[in-house]
Design a binder for this molecule. Structure first.
Ligand code: SAH
Length: 369
């Protein structure tokens, strides 16, 4: 056996019995020594996956404008805690800060807090923030961010939080656990719990056909509850962008990616990115229960379009052509399409806004249903 994390998980299962999928996922991604995010920078062509801010500077620029307008809608409080959850390489934040340099008083009012557990990515973020000239403070969790008005953004963060899977059996809903696969030491397999599940599917799904799988992410819901409570109490707004579904339903979405290829999530833990679709309806419910106002989810294509992505793309394209860079102009057009086309990221990815109190609709959501 070569995989040290697999060995640790095997030991744990031998001691305590099968573990929840959430425990497995959490360890595979965040084990202090061998977790996927602890050991590498997973982004980009040489990594395992790419994200909207890595595809184009336009994404972070649009988000920056969103944050600045929400700040203005609140009357421009100072100081304001600008928080990013899981900032990756710091690309989104760099682009957002550059795009908002001209917003009167905004940068002077900002106190930047980055929530990141990965050391390699913290280093990348520090380098990016040094270039931006903005001082940041890092946190392991959201809870240690000081109280006060908050502006928050999270892109492709919630899909990495651990999920539980429940399966409908003829004895009712049972949690799918993870156990050792005796045929291969670095591989695991599912086994159904003998006990009734600790989580209940929403009423509309309770009588789903036998064999249906329902996923739930209590850690993601608790986190949204905490940040929405903060926003409802102290003011500000939050924007969550991720891939996922807007309506609750049954279906398995757990997936692993390694070198941009599908990988078995239960094989070689710690060597592949593991994610699941974000259940936006559940997150919206948590935010509402915490006393915040919720807008969306709105698909990423519509959201970016109503923020003016087309005009920004056109300006970047024209300026590339003016500099005799047809290659760059073509890259802008390709990136634009990737971000908004329904066949690419435009519909699978969604944006959810969380605001405190009775504010006007945030930018991009005015036309939301
Ligand atoms: N937002 C970036 C990166 C997305 S990848 C982008 O769009 O490019 C997910 C990010 O969340 C990484 O920075 C990862 O290290 C971080 N992350 C994942 N799980 C985390 C957790 N439980 N706590 C804090 N950060 C986490």
């Amino acid at each position: 056996m070569t995989n040290a994390l697999a060995a640790a998980l095997r030991d744990e299962i031998q001691r305590n019995g099968p573990m929840t999928l959430a425990r497995y996922m959490e360890q595979a991604l965040a084990h202090p020594t061998f977790g996927y995010y602890r050991t590498r920078d997973p982004l980009g062509a040489a990594g395992d996956f790419t994200t909207a801010p890595e595809i184009s500077q336009m994404f972070g620029e649009m988000i920056g404008a969103w944050l600045a307008v929400v700040w203005q809608q609140w009357g421009g409080p100072a100081p304001i805690r600008l928080v990013e959850l899981g900032p990756g390489r710091g690309t989104l934040m760099s682009d957002a800060l550059r795009a908002t340099r001209g917003v009167a008083g905004f940068h002077r009012s900002l106190e930047l807090h980055l929530v990141e557990t990965s050391e390699p990515l913290r280093r990348a973020q520090a380098a990016a923030m040094a270039k931006s000239g903005v001082t940041a403070t890092w946190h392991d969790t959201f809870d240690s961010i000081p109280d006060g008005p908050l502006l928050l953004v999270a892109n492709e963060f919630f899909d990495a939080l651990p999920i539980h899977q429940l399966e409908r059996t003829n004895q009712g809903w049972r949690e799918r656990l993870v156990t050792i696969d005796d045929t291969d030491g670095d591989r695991f397999r599912h086994v159904l719990s003998q006990e009734p599940a600790a989580y209940d599917p929403p009423a509309a799904l309770r009588d789903a056909p036998l064999g249906s799988v329902w996923e739930t992410a209590p850690a993601a819901q608790a986190m949204v509850h905490a940040l929405a409570e903060r926003i409802a109490t102290h003011g500000g707004g939050g924007l969550i962008v991720d891939y996922g579904y807007g309506q609750q339903g049954c279906g398995e979405s757990l997936q692993a990616l390694r070198n941009h290829q599908r990988h078995d999530p239960l094989a070689d833990p710690g060597t592949a990115d593991i994610t699941a679709h974000v259940d936006f309806a559940a997150l919206a419910q948590s935010a509402t229960a915490a006393g915040a106002a919720v807008y969306g989810p709105l698909d990423q294509g519509s959201f970016l379009t109503s923020l003016g992505l087309a005009a920004r793309a056109e300006r970047l394209r024209a300026s590339a052509l003016a500099q005799q860079r047809p290659d760059q102009a073509a890259a802008v057009a390709t990136a634009y399409k990737r971000l908004i086309a329904p066949t690419e990221m435009g519909s699978l990815f969604k944006a959810l806004a969380i605001l405190g109190g009775s504010q006007p609709a945030p930018p991009g959501f005015a036309a939301a249903p």
